[in-house]
Design a binder for this molecule. Structure first.
Ligand SMILES: *Cc1c(COP(=O)(O)O)cnc(C)c1O
Length: 401
C-alpha cells in the first residue's frame, strides 16, 4: 500500500511539468534508483548524518509533559540537528546525489528560511554554488535566516510576486531550473513537487522514523502507540511515519496549521479545507478558489504556510491510515510557552502545532500509551516573532510562581 505506482500514490502525485523538465526528472529518477541502493552512496550519507548533523538525535522522554498529558510522551529531538531542524537530513542526501550527477549549482526555495539555511549549508560543505529564492514577506519574518544564508556564501534572491511567500518562491526556482538544467540541481525541500521528489525527500527523512523505532524498542521494549508531527509540505511527518506504515498498532497523526481558524479561511490546512488540484507539478489537495486560483494561506509559522501537501499524505488521509488535525496560531503560541516551561525546550512554532494537539488530547490517551512527538525544529528563529505577537495581544509573559 505504501509504494507509488508510476509516480503516483492513488490519484495523487505524478509529473505535471513543462516538457523541458521531463528529461531532467527522468535523469533524476534514474540517478536516484541507482544510488539509493549503492553501498558507497549510503555509507557517505550515513557518515555526514553522524559526523556533521550529529545523528542519531535523542528520543527524549519528557516526564513533566507526560504528567500533563496522562501517558508517556517522547520528543524526537530533530531540533538538536546542526542548523536546528530536520531539513538538513534531506539536504545532505540531495547534495550528495547532485554531486554524483555532476551538477555544480544548487538552487532552492525557502519559506521559514530553514530549508534555505540547510541548502546554503550543504552548498558550502560540498563546495557547490548556492542560490535560494525567498519571498519578501518571508525575508521580513525570518531576517536572521536570510543573513545566515548569505554568510554561508549563498545568493538569496527576493521574490516579489504574489503573496511574496513560499509558493511564489517555488515558481521562481522552477523557472531558474528550466533555464539552467545543464549544471543545476533543484534541491526540493519537502515531500511535494513532481515525482520523484516526494519519494526522494521521504526516503532521506525516513532516518527520523527508523531511529525513533529502534530507540523506542530499546528504551520501552515495545513500539510507540501514537506518532504526532506537524504537516507543512509534510516531510518531517512522512519521515517519522514511513518506517511505521506497516505497524498497524501505531496510530499516525499529522497536524496542519489552522491559522486564525478554519472558518476564517485564513489557514494552511489543505487536507481539511482544500480540494483536489495540481500544484507545483503534482496532484494533491490544495487551497484554491472555484477558478483554480491558488489561495493565499496564513499561519503564524512560515514553515507551515504552504497551500499544498505531499501526495503520500493525501493518500494516507483518504485510506484512513493516518489521521489529521488542525491547531490554530493561538494554540501553537500556547504550546510554544507550555513546552518551554515544562521541559526547558523552546520548540519551533511549526513543531508547537504538534505539541498543541497532544496537549488538547490530554486525558484521552490510555495510560499505557507511548506518544512520540516529532520536534521538527528549535524555536530560536521564532522568539522575536512570538514576543511581538504576545505583546500585541497585551499578553506579556507572566512571571511563573
Ligand atoms: C519547514 C519546517 C516544517 C514544515 O515542513 P515539512 O516538510 O512539513 O516537514 C516543520 N518544522 C520545521 C521546524 C520546519 O523548518
Amino acid at each position: 500500500m505504501t509504494e507509488p505506482v508510476r509516480g503516483r500514490w492513488g490519484r495523487f502525485g505524478g509529473q505535471y511539468v513543462p516538457e523541458t523538465l521531463m528529461a531532467v526528472l527522468r535523469e533524476l529518477e534514474e540517478a536516484y534508483e541507482r544510488y539509493k541502493a549503492d553501498p558507497d552512496f549510503l555509507a557517505e550519507f550515513e557518515y555526514y548524518l553522524r559526523q556533521y548533523v550529529g545523528r542519531p538525535s535523542p528520543l527524549y522522554r519528557a516526564d513533566r509533559l507526560s504528567e500533563r498529558v496522562g501517558c508517556t510522551v517522547y520528543l524526537k529531538r530533530e531540533d538538536l540537528n546542526h542548523t536546528g531542524a530536520h531539513k538538513i537530513n534531506n539536504c545532505i542526501g540531495q547534495a550528495l546525489l547532485a554531486k554524483r550527477m555532476g551538477k555544480t549549482r544548487l538552487i532552492a526555495e525557502t519559506g521559514a528560511g530553514q530549508h534555505g539555511v540547510a541548502t546554503a549549508t550543504v552548498a558550502a560543505l560540498f563546495g557547490l554554488t548556492g542560490v535560494v529564492y525567498m519571498g519578501e514577506e518571508d525575508i521580513r519574518r525570518q531576517e536572521l535566516n536570510c543573513y545566515r544564508m548569505q554568510l554561508l556564501g549563498t545568493q538569496v534572491i527576493p521574490v516579489t510576486s504574489g503573496s511574496r511567500t513560499l509558493k511564489d518562491a517555488i515558481n521562481e526556482a522552477i523557472r531558474d531550473w528550466m533555464t539552467n538544467v545543464e549544471n543545476t540541481f533543484y534541491l526540493f525541500g519537502t515531500v511535494c513537487g513532481p515525482y520523484p521528489y516526494p519519494l526522494i525527500v521521504r526516503d532521506f527523512q525516513a532516518v527520523i522514523g527508523r531511529e525513533s523505532r529502534a530507540q523506542c524498542l530499546e528504551q520501552e521494549g515495545r513500539l510507540p502507540t501514537h506518532l504526532f508531527a506537524c504537516v507543512g509540505g509534510g516531510s518531517n511527518a512522512m519521515g517519522l511515519f514511513y518506517p511505521f506504515l506497516e505497524d498497524e498498532g501505531v496510530e499516525l497523526h499529522g497536524v496542519e496549521a489552522g491559522g486564525l481558524g478554519l472558518a476564517t479561511g485564513k489557514h494552511a490546512a489543505p487536507l481539511h479545507a482544500g480540494t483536489f488540484g495540481i500544484l507545483h507539478g503534482a496532484a494533491q489537495y490544495m487551497m484554491q478558489d472555484g477558478d483554480g486560483q491558488v489561495l493565499e494561506t496564513h499561519s503564524v509559522s512560515a514553515g507551515l504556510d504552504y497551500p499544498g501537501v505531499g501526495p503520500e499524505h493525501c493518500f494516507l488521509r483518504d485510506t484512513g491510515r493516518a489521521h489529521y488535525h488542525v491547531a490554530t496560531d493561538q494554540e501553537a503560541l500556547e504550546a510554544f510557552q507550555v513546552l518551554s516551561r515544562l521541559e526547558g525546550i523552546v520548540p519551533a512554532l511549526e513543531s508547537a502545532h504538534a505539541v498543541a494537539v497532544v496537549l488538547r488530547m490530554a486525558g484521552e490517551f490510555p495510560p499505557d500509551a507511548i506518544v512520540i512527538i516529532n520536534l521538527s525544529g528549535r524555536g530560536d528563529k521564532d522568539v522575536m516573532e512570538v514576543r511581538r505577537l504576545l505583546e500585541a495581544q497585551s499578553q506579556p509573559l507572566e512571571v511563573a510562581p
